[in-house]
Each structure stands twice: as C-alpha cells, then as structure tokens.
Design a protein around this ligand. Structure first.
Ligand code: SF4
Length: 223
C-alpha cells in the first residue's frame, strides 16, 4: 500500500478573513510551509521571483503548526480550532507559502468530511485539486499563472511584472487590487498618504472592473 502523504504546516489559527470578497468572515487559517517563488531566506529575497513577501512560511514551528501524518489527522487538528457548534458553517482558508504544493484532493475531502467549506489562496502557478469551494488567485512577479478561472483575482499593486492588464484573460467573479505593503511601513501609518494605496485607489477609479481591497487585519492589528 502506498504511504499516506504527510503535510507540513507553519501555523494555524482562528480569526477573521481580512481581505477580498470574504472579508470579515470567521475562518480557520491554515498556513502551509514552503513556497515555489521564494525560499523564505532574506539572503535570497532580491533574486526571488516574488520579492515582497511579508509572511513567515518557513518550517513548522508556528502557533498550532507541525507535521501531520495524513489528511485525516490534519483535518481533525483544524476542526479542533473551530470554536463554535458544527451547525454553524465552518470555513477554512488554506494559505501559505504556496498551499498547492501540498493541498490535494484527499485533504480537501477530509476537510469536507469535517464540515468545512474550503478556500484557497494561491499564486496561481500550480494546478488546482478538485473540490475547492473558493479559489483566490494572487499572481506574483513574473511567474506564469496557469489558473485561468477563479472566484477572486487579488492582485498586489503595483507590480512591474504583474500589471492588471496582463490578467484580462482571467475569468473571476471579483477583481481586487491590494496595495503592496511599503517596506518599513510602521503600524498606524495614515494609509491615505501611503503611495501604493493612492496608486491602487486611482487605478480602481479609472478601471472600475477592479475594486480596492484593504487588509482589515493589519488595520485592526489582529492576526
Ligand atoms: S508567492 Fe506568496 S507566499 Fe510565496 S513568496 Fe510570494 S507572497 Fe510569499
């Protein structure tokens, strides 16, 4: 019999989805370790395909992180983080790193068995397993995007190698621009005076297909 696949998780926690079309919705966030567009080492950031990442996805040592021997074990772990009765719609956001390096149909099914609606936030460079309930694609840098259809396209803006016009062929229910976090932007910065926010806002006003998505969790200072 083939050995069951294990899963490496950096951290997992219960919070509110902070951005996009599901903003404000309670969710278990599951951050998968590793990304295919940067190895997570500061020394290699400059030469990485994606070089503005503000997420620690290396290893398995975060809150509720670890190595899970199979899909059932991870699904049970995530289900235990959901604090309210099962009758309430359970929602899990699989993020990273790049979750599609690990997330497979078996895990999606195990999460469904636990009553979860399954959302994924991916850079769009890898094939998507069957059964995903909500797909958010966020293209990064010059990486080729293979996904052409999704529920939301969320583009960090501005990016020299990933401009909104390059994704005109993609079919989505929602199109969002998310202002790129400026390096060393201290908490409490007046976002209306922040350059990327103003640029994103201006682009949306000129191209109404796109909506501005602000990161509520950063504004509120929650996880
Ligand atoms: S693709 Fe996402 S997780 Fe990977 S380096 Fe870029 S921002 Fe970070």
């Amino acid at each position: 019999m083939p050995e069951a696949k294990s899963y490496r998780i950096k951290e997992a926690f219960y919070t509110l989805q902070g951005e996009g079309a599901q903003q404000g919705r309670p969710a278990v966030f599951c951050r998968f370790s590793k990304c295919n567009l940067w190895n997570g080492r500061e020394a290699d950031r400059e030469t990485a395909v994606c070089n503005f990442c503000d997420t620690d996805f290396v290893g398995t040592d975060g809150q509720n992180g670890g190595v899970f021997a199979n899909a059932e074990q991870l699904a049970r772990h995530l289900s235990e983080l959901w604090p309210v009765a099962d009758a309430i719609q359970k929602f899990v956001v699989c993020t990273g790193g790049e979750p599609l390096l690990q997330l497979d149909t078996e895990l999606v099914e195990a999460l469904h068995q636990k009553g979860f609606e399954v959302a994924v936030e991916t850079n769009g460079t890898l094939p998507v397993p069957d059964g995903i309930d909500w797909l958010c694609v966020s293209p990064k840098g010059s990486a080729s995007v293979v996904v052409t259809q999704c529920d939301e396209l969320k583009l960090v803006f501005p990016q020299d190698n990933a401009r909104p016009e390059q994704f005109d062929h993609m079919v989505a229910q929602h199109y969002f621009l998310s202002p790129k976090a400026s390096p060393h932007m201290p908490p409490g910065t007046d976002l209306m005076k922040e350059t990327h926010t103003r640029q994103a806002l201006s682009y949306c006003l000129q191209h109404p297909k796109w909506r501005l998505s602000m990161q509520m969790h950063k504004i509120l200072g929650i996880d």
